[in-house]
Ligand binder design. Structure first.
Ligand SMILES: [Fe+2]
Ligand SMILES: [Fe+2]
Length: 286
């Protein structure tokens, strides 16, 4: 019997950790995929499927999911990187399409009211109440602390900020507008054994802080940093520092999209080299 088990292990194919982009600013190359400002990705690891963010719009998310053969019912958990509308806007439609409960992991700050003031006042926060989402089956697990919520799936918890960050917008507190530090910006860390992959929604905590946090938390190096890096409009000095620190921290590969910025992507491509762009339908095996 033991010998049989051994041969089974030997014959079992190694299932790679896989990430599929479901919602991104740019459409992919396949017919039927829609590009729209926002971010969502499916992460398959250790036999589990975690949906990271839900993009801006539920209709677009569900169309892209269908085109890519992903069913809302097959997802094991939902991870929300932060409460901005372009990462949470698809939640309601996703929950309605799913029709059953799902565990949702996020920071307790995701439900804060937040706005942009320029060029005119507009809402930037999650466009639903917690109660509305709970009534549709969302079971919230909100924490500021790191947590391994499924085997190999680690929520970063609140991110230490030792360097520049990329916070945007304003919170509305007692009728006053106060700068929003986007404290609820967290990353998903996927434990790959000797290394980790890090998935960031918008990177408001600053990509250098996010990488340093993940390395400090896990004691492992970064095989892939994937997501929105929020570098659009970053100064030359910031970009130079980003490239230098990513090299010092031995990050192997970047997959940059969403709010990274086109000029800033080009800078990373020239300065760092190991960079690929994201688009809807892109599959990354790490
Ligand atoms: Fe975003
Ligand atoms: Fe954001």
């Amino acid at each position: 019997m033991e010998k049989f088990k051994e041969s089974l292990i030997f014959l079992s194919p190694v299932i790679p950790t896989k990430l599929t982009i479901l919602f991104e600013n740019h459409a992919g190359y396949r017919k039927g995929l829609i590009g729209y400002h926002g971010f969502s990705a499916l992460v398959e690891h250790n036999g589990r499927k975690v949906l990271v963010d839900t993009g801006t719009d539920g209709e677009v998310l569900l169309k892209n999911m269908e085109a890519l053969g992903v069913s809302p019912g097959e997802i094991d958990a939902l991870f929300i990187t932060h409460g901005h509308y372009d990462h949470t806007g698809g939640m309601k439609a996703f929950l309605e399409a799913r029709g059953k409960e799902i565990d949702v992991y996020a920071h307790p700050g995701i439900f804060q009211r937040r706005v942009a003031l320029k060029p005119k006042l507009r809402e930037m926060g999650i466009p639903f109440t917690r109660e509305e989402l709970e009534n549709l089956g969302a079971v919230f697990h909100l924490s500021t602390k790191p947590v391994e919520f499924l085997p190999g799936f680690i929520s970063s918890g609140e991110i230490w900020r030792n360097h520049w960050d990329r916070a945007v917008g304003y919170l509305v507190e007692n009728g006053e507008y106060v700068k929003d530090p986007v404290k609820d910006d967290i990353a998903l860390i996927v434990d790959l054994g000797k290394e980790v992959a890090v998935i960031t929604g918008c990177g408001h905590s600053g990509i250098i802080n996010i990488v340093e946090h993940a390395v400090k938390l896990t004691g492992k190096q970064i095989r892939a940093l994937i997501g929105g890096f929020h570098l659009r409009g970053a100064s030359q000095a910031m970009l130079e520092e980003a490239v230098a620190r990513l090299r010092t921290l031995s990050v192997k590969k970047l997959y940059a999209g969403h709010c990274t910025g086109i000029d800033e992507y080009a800078y990373l491509k020239v300065g760092f080299g190991e960079v690929e762009p994201l688009h809807v339908g892109k599959v990354i095996e790490v």
